[in-house]
Design a protein around this ligand. Structure first.
Ligand code: IFM
Length: 486
């Protein structure tokens, strides 16, 4: 919209509210181990995260998911919170060790019943359930048998997917196989800052392949059991990697990180091949003979959309020395998670940061979406996670004011809107997270929720950002600014 000019000088354009396309899905997201608690109830057995939390020095303050936000008991209240927010969808994950406690064999009815109750309540309140099969809680028994570096884990994963689809496929219409397999493979088996905490480059690459294979096998298992109208997807934490300068060395450093962060997954899943440069960059570590004939065809399954998790961009340069990975935003370790990409330094993108120390840069999300459209023009996209941790507290009036989170969300939703205007097919947005929760190696020290959780009592307090997001979700309109006039 044009604005009045003064004495012939055009005034800057007044920012305007922006509408999202009709049918755009507004949601919130969580994950089983981060919120459920009830770690030993109704037949659930330990996952790799239960074990990791009990390993001294691994998780801040020695925190565990034993109780978490007690969502296992408070699920009805949490669904009511979402209904109050007016969101149209809820992305949650199923705990494999609840559904199949030993990681193989028959389903545990009590575990399935929990998710059946939850999904029934969501549907009753008009909220679409979006289920993720694997958000990192591998049954410990499967890790003891070798974990994701072993092919058998991919096969077990498909059997578990079949059990979940048979039990819940009549009511859950949107499914995701894996959440962020990069973290499972490279933080879990490479740098060891995630469970199971192993630090071995070859195991990390083997894990990446078997996660890819597990995804492909699980998609087949889901498609065999779900109605043809069901949507099946995978969620990747795609890194938007930028070189620090235009020098060929820095550009090559960005290529190498992009390869092992993104293309090692998008290659087989969306193109049907591992990228030649990734195989070359890692050839000194492995000949990839763990990729059997036919595996890549199995991994390359048609998907209904690609889930994209984005928080912050990645800025890199080439170095002469050994890899510097301390500031890559994924936790400090003596072992790099960037398998096959040595001699890369990570830099903080200039600007403000969140409580995680991650740069706030919505342009990274816009550029990532534009790149995805250019690389994979056919596949619709869904933002399955975006959000920020800040040092929230309850004020004397009992409220939690979080203007930084509102500004973060406003900036990133503006970026999504820009991408849509530029022709990118983005179908929805899920705020991470509905609730403050267990932030993995950081324990409960980082609060990502739109809803504050008082851990000693379990009390929930919607933050100012929850009220703000509720208005956006209900109207499907992004206000002109993140300011208080909204
Ligand atoms: O909390 C995590 C989530 O489990 C996976 N994506 C990133 C979030 C914030 O670190």
């Amino acid at each position: 919209m044009a604005t009045a000019s003064h004495q012939g000088v055009p005034a800057p354009a007044t920012p305007a509210a922006r509408d999202f396309p009709s049918g755009f899905l507004w949601g919130t997201a969580t994950a089983s181990y981060q919120i459920e608690g009830a770690a030993a109830l109704d037949g659930r057995t330990p996952s790799i995260w239960d074990t990791y939390c009990r390993t001294p020095g691994k998780v801040r303050n020695g925190d565990t998911g034993d109780t978490a936000t007690d969502h296992y008991h408070r699920w009805r209240e949490d669904v009511a919170l979402m209904a109050d927010l007016g969101v149209g969808a809820y992305r949650f994950s199923l705990a494999w060790p609840r559904i199949q406690p030993t990681g193989s064999g028959p389903a545990n009815r009590k575990g399935l019943d929990f998710y059946a109750r939850l999904t029934d309540e969501l549907l009753e309140k008009g909220i679409q359930p979006v289920a993720t099969l694997y958000h990192w809680d591998l049954p410990q028994e499967l890790e003891d048998a070798g974990g994701w570096p072993e092919r058998a884990t991919a096969e077990r994963f498909a059997e578990y997917a079949a059990l979940a689809a048979e039990a819940l496929g009549d009511r859950v219409k949107t499914w995701t196989t894996l959440n962020e397999p990069w973290c499972s493979a490279f933080l879990g088996y490479g740098s060891g800052v995630h469970a199971p905490g192993r630090t071995d480059d070859v195991s990390a690459l083997r894990a990446a392949h078997h996660l890819n294979l597990g995804h492909g096998l699980a998609v087949q298992a889901l498609r065999d059991r779900l109605p043809s109208t069901a949507a099946v997807s995978v969620t990747l934490n795609l890194h938007h990697v930028r070189p620090l300068t235009d020098s060929p060395e820095d550009v090559d450093a960005a290529r190498r990180i992009d390869g092992v962060a993104n293309r090692v997954f998008t290659g087989p899943m969306l193109r049907g091949a591992y990228p030649a440069d990734v195989l070359e960059d890692t050839a000194h570590l492995t000949d990839w003979s763990f990729v059997h004939d036919g595996d890549v065809a199995t991994i390359h399954q048609p998907l209904d959309f690609l889930g994209v998790n984005y928080y912050s961009p990645t800025l890199v340069s080439a170095t002469d020395g050994t890899a510097s990975h301390g500031s890559d935003g994924h936790g400090a370790s003596e072992h790099s998670p960037w398998t096959g990409a040595d001699k890369v330094a990570f830099h903080l993108t200039p600007g403000t940061t969140t409580a995680m120390g991650w740069a706030v840069d919505p342009s990274g999300l816009r550029d990532l979406l534009l790149r995805l459209k250019s690389d994979f023009p056919e596949i619709p996209l869904m933002i399955t996670e975006n959000g920020a941790a800040f040092d929230d507290y309850v004020n004397p009036e009992g409220e939690v004011n979080d203007p930084d989170r509102i500004a973060y969300l406003h900036g990133h939703l503006s970026a999504v809107h820009e991408a849509i205007e530029a022709g990118v097919d983005v179908r929805g947005y899920f705020l991470w997270s509905l609730l403050d929760n267990f932030e993995w190696g950081y324990g409960y020290s980082k609060r990502f929720g739109a809803v504050y959780v008082d851990y000693p009592t379990g009390k929930r307090i919607p933050k100012a950002s929850a009220h703000w997001y509720s208005r956006v979700a209900r109207t499907s309109t992004l206000p002109a600014t993140a300011g208080p006039q909204h």
